[in-house]
Design a protein around this ligand. Structure first.
Ligand code: CA
Length: 229
């Protein structure tokens, strides 16, 4: 499933420029031209990321951000704020408003894409959570960054760890290669070469799980699934 980004900007040229570049990265974009419209769109469906202009007609970006943070359903929604006003930056990313990041206008679209990727990556760990996971004889403790098989510690690379974390957290469900690339590597869109990256890492991960390698099942043409008993 593509990453859903809501772009809130009242200037049509800037709005379509942002949409163009984010869609090229594989993100699915929705747009809003005012603060009120933004809140309505978020209420209809919470996006994965909000790109929010500060200067908007009516309710400004600061107020939109504050309202979203005050609502438990959207308190953790990643928000990148766009602002031409350097003097509000401290407030934008501070506790008062609580945006995850900001970009000064004018900004380069390359920079926006990089920030979007970084903010989404940071937002991801909370999806898998920090609680210890166990499937069969495989245990993973995210907070201590420890993996054991039959009680014996296994050395994993950071990517292997994140991959196993994603699979265990979704035990019993199929995860597509694209999903894993997005989750573990931060790629918005996968091509064939990148898909093979997942396969290579899964192969190495399986080898390290010894007798429990069967926990990672290949779902042909789709991806991988962590097998429970
Ligand atoms: Ca504006």
């Amino acid at each position: 499933m593509a990453t859903d980004v809501l772009i809130v900007e009242d200037e049509p040229d800037i709005r379509s420029l942002i949409v163009h570049h984010l869609e090229r990265e594989g993100y699915r974009c929705r747009t809003a031209a005012s603060g009120g419209e933004a809140l309505a769109r978020v209420r209809a469906s919470v996006p994965d990321l909000l790109v929010l202009d500060l200067m908007l007609p009516g309710m400004d970006g600061l107020e939109v951000c504050r309202r979203l943070r005050a609502d438990p359903a959207t308190a953790a929604l990643p928000i990148i704020m766009l602002t031409a006003k350097a003097d509000v930056v401290d407030r934008v990313v501070g506790l008062e408003v609580g945006a995850d990041d900001y970009l000064g206008k004018p900004f380069s679209t390359k920079e926006l894409v990089a920030r979007a990727r970084a903010v989404l990556r940071r937002a991801r760990p909370s999806e898998t959570g920090t609680r210890p996971l166990r499937v069969g004889l495989v245990s993973l403790d995210p907070s201590r960054h420890i993996v054991t098989v039959s009680g014996r510690a296994v050395e994993l690379t950071p990517k292997e760890f994140d991959l196993l974390h994603a699979l265990l957290a979704a035990a019993g469900r199929v995860l597509t290669r694209e999903h894993l690339l997005n989750r573990v590597w931060g790629y918005a869109r996968a091509d064939e070469i990148e898909s093979r990256t997942v396969d290579v890492h899964v192969r190495r991960l399986r080898a390290k799980l010894g007798g429990e390698e069967r926990r990672i099942a290949t779902i042909k043409g789709v991806g991988y699934r962590c097998e429970t008993d």
